[in-house]
Write a protein of this length. Structure first.
Length: 452
């Protein structure tokens, strides 16, 4: 085992947990005889699968948040009937496994890595290119994930990719498999209630956040331009909270008006949900194993104690109460917008109002506010995958950025002019750590004549 003693201060204790090939979830048995089923690679089928690969299709599926294919109720249960620990579309999983039977996972993963990073010339560029692909191709579904009817998880990387719906551990293990197929050393990092990945290149480990932290290839960088490790992030837990969090839309396209718990940094704390950070590596896959070798080698420092900290929340999407456009002077009108916001830790400090001559290019599928205010909703088409790039971009503000501590703003404009408005609530905690991108409101289109 590689020496990783430099990752933590203090003694490192190593515990190796190796699952047998026939462990539950790691293999298959014939339903009639109960005998182990051996996985046999079909080179011709693998060649055909590689030739048919279309990364854009994976990305479109993973960003088509409101599509019926991501509707959890397709399994025949209402949302409140779905087990919160996770369920799966078992018919879909079985069909995917049959289609992938005989396909050489490692060859396919290596090819996917090459396709996703073909324009990159440095390891950091490859990192960001693959991260962008993973952010797009993996949809973090609260309800569904690849798993078998007996409750064991399916860790087959191609099944995860084909299904698209992943939780953090599926995304992390798929990321590790992609990096290792390309010849890099990679591993999972487990901490608190979250699992993520790291990759080793240029003499250091670098965190690879393929789950709900960030998005569209966004990553944190140190002053020297390199990407930090999870260990380095744990030494400054608030750092990761500067990234967009839970920006992916749910399947209904509903704005997160209640805000969201800030789980990123909280995973480093005792109240985050469990055990200290440790590392998990996949052992080499062997013939006859369907779960691609996923057993765990755990390393953790017995003298490293996580600090305690209160749970943080980011403010919710503002809810519009009233929007009016009224005459102000000859040739001029004034638009008045009023709104409220919810924040579960009650530390909202104000609002930034972004005013632009152009649309930001995306919106939720639902409106947060009154029916009267909804007349000024700019984009009513619902979510579309081609909006994804704009989702992770600050709203345009070529005309003004207004900061206010009240839930009201007046915007003066000409009678023939159009204004596009986005509002973000900011709070004390995130302002202190330097966050800039908060949950965005529905986009408002202001004109002298509103929509009917």
């Amino acid at each position: 085992m590689r020496d990783i003693g430099g990752l933590f201060v203090g003694l490192i204790v190593v515990v190796v947990v190796v699952a047998a090939v026939t462990a539950p979830g790691c293999g298959r048995t014939d339903e009639a005889s109960g005998a182990d089923v051996r996985f046999v690679v079909d080179e011709a089928k693998t060649d055909a699968y590689i030739a048919s690969l279309d990364l854009a299709a994976f990305e479109r599926a993973g960003t088509d948040f409101t599509s019926p294919m991501h509707d959890p109720t397709r399994i025949g249960k209402a949302l409140d009937e779905i087990d919160p620990s996770g369920e799966c579309d078992h018919a879909q999983l079985a069909a995917i496994e049959r289609r992938l039977d005989g396909v050489d996972r490692r060859r396919v993963l290596e090819h996917i890595f090459r396709l996703a990073t073909h324009d990159a010339t440095t390891n950091t560029e490859r990192h960001l290119a693959l991260l962008s692909f993973m952010h797009r191709a993996s949809y973090h579904c609260r309800y569904l994930r690849p798993m078998y009817p007996d409750g064991t998880r399916c860790w087959d990387p191609l099944v995860s990719l084909e299904m698209g719906e992943m939780h953090c551990t599926h995304a992390a293990r798929l990321a590790v498999d992609l990096w290792e197929a390309a010849g890099y050393d990679a591993r999972c990092v487990n901490f608190g209630i979250k699992t993520s990945a790291e990759v080793f290149y240029d003499g250091a480990w670098h965190y690879f956040g393929a789950d709900s932290v960030g998005g569209n290839g966004l990553s944190l960088f140190k002053a020297d331009g390199t990407i930090p490790s999870w260990k380095e992030l744990s030494e400054k837990p608030e750092w990761i909270d500067t990234l967009p969090y839970r920006y992916e839309l749910n399947n209904r396209g509903t704005p997160r008006v209640a805000g969201t718990p800030v789980r990123s940094s909280h995973c480093f704390h005792e109240r985050g949900g469990g055990e200290p950070m440790y590392h998990a590596k996949r052992r080499p896959a062997v013939p006859g194993e369907f779960n691609y070798g996923w057993a765990q080698e755990q390393t953790f420092p017995p003298d490293w104690v996580m600090a305690d900290a209160p749970e943080r929340f980011q403010p919710g999407v503002v809810e519009f109460r009233r929007i009016d456009v009224a005459p102000e002077s000859p040739g001029r009108v004034v638009a008045t917008l009023e709104w409220t916001v919810r924040d579960r830790d009650d530390d909202v400090r104000g609002f930034r109002v972004y005013v632009s001559s152009t649309s930001r290019g995306w919106d939720y599928s639902k409106f947060a506010g009154t029916r009267e205010a909804q007349r000024f909703w700019s984009i009513t088409t619902g979510w579309r995958p081609e909006m994804y790039d704009a989702l992770y971009t600050m709203p345009p503000s070529d005309l003004d950025v207004i900061t206010t501590t009240t839930g009201r703003v007046d915007i003066e404009m000409g009678v023939d002019e159009v204004r596009y408005v986005t509002i973000m609530a900011f709070d004390a905690y995130h302002e202190r750590i330097g966050k800039t991108m908060y949950l965005q409101s529905n986009e408002i289109r202001l004109a002298a004549a509103s929509r009917d």
